[in-house]
Design a protein around this ligand. Sequence first.
Ligand SMILES: *Cc1c(COP(=O)(O)O)cnc(C)c1O
Length: 494
Amino acid sequence: MKYSSTRDFSREYTAAETIAAGLAPDGGLFLPRELPKLSSEELRALAPLPYPRRAAKVMKLFLDEFSAAELEQFCDEAYDESRFPGGTAPVVKRGDGLFLELWHGPTCAFKDMALQMLPRLLTASLRKIGQQEDALILTATSGDTGKAALEGFCGVENTKIMVFYPEDGVSRIQQLQMTTQRGSNVMVQAVRGNFDDAQTGVKQILADCTINESILEKKHRFSSANSINWGRLLPQIAYYVSAYLDCVGMSEINFGDELNFCVPTGNFGNILAAYLAKCIGVPIGRLICASNANNVLTDFIRTGRYDRNRPFHTTVSPSMDILISSNLERLLCLLSGDTVKVSAFMEQLSNDGYYNVGERRLEQISELFWADFCDDIETFGTIRNTWNVSNYLLDTHTAVAEAVKRKYLTATSDTRKTVVVSTASPFKFCSSVLEALGEHPQGDGVELIDRLAELTGVTPPPQLVALGNAKERFVGACDKNEMARKALDFLENK
Ligand SMILES: *Cc1c(COP(=O)(O)O)cnc(C)c1O
């Protein structure tokens, strides 16, 4: 299977080259030239398999240079029960709702589903393409990617990882998870600015020829652990396939019935993975895109105009505080197959901050997707209500999706079942969750974990409780124009 950039189909890459590079040289994102198909029989045959084997089969469809045995080994390791003690991507039914719980991994957010796999795919890819240099992974995080990437890459041979996070854009628990990270190949840097500043900074460094040459002299090449890397998106397709089969297994749907997913969305990675699952043949109905007050995607899906010229809101669902949703570029390319248009949209976005896809594309988008958003007050109300009615504790991001799912059901007469994608443990966002439940928490540190546990009787993840005794290694913030310097310092062990 060959891959190309969303901005130029004339050059083709192998899967290993695609994963090793992260971002295409022209600044575009990689996509398979043709999407594989999973027949109805093949889909049904995955049903008896445990999660790791389902995932290996799905990934194999896209990675013909990787052997089935190799992928099975990666998945068995990455998705082992010891790493996901609460279950690897289980679908649970609470009250009248179905939830796909993706946060039982090492860092308690769904990013683990991809970032436990990416290091394995990346080191294998580097070997396959015969790259001599080590990988220097630069990642911008809105909170959850950073820790999941650090955890995934910590101690991995021939790689170094550096994470940039917005100084005031993450919860204290998220920050502690990162600043206490162990390992000699890791670095964490706070940036004065918001997530978009950090992400734009990383993209600029990755695309800068001078910096690339200078790290090459030091025997390194850049790679990315952000969801712009195909090796991060691909593992996410698997859990939509798996969730579909689980809903059949739970007799929530009959095999062949369509199932909707409602996804709390930021960078458009998770929901794009759901769209790709639909493209390869899983009977998926509507994809419901849930945003917080940073509702640039709601407007886009409703009007066809993407406009980032708007105030940036810091919300209680910080991992979705994003105004530039990188993976939308992939959707536009998949829908139009027109790299010239995609390039023009991205150029206009970078120059003017907006673009408009036009009527025809909008029609296509609104058949596939539906979008709405909710503010912090509605998020709190949803956490409180779901706890009171169903005794189920939602984190702030999942609560946004639950609120938007309810809006969808009210606004449409859709009778298909809808699964809410649950992306983080509520204990990652204790302060907000406690506030939603009517408390007035002081501070937002680890002490609140005990309080939330006490109040609800829900057991907190032990790895979060342990943060109380961990020492912070990485302190101090830099300006966004210092990010490149900091990355070079890290490489030189300064
Ligand atoms: C990253 C994240 C999201 C947003 O996912 P995207 O793939 O960026 O759309 C939602 N919820 C949580 C908890 C996250 O960490």
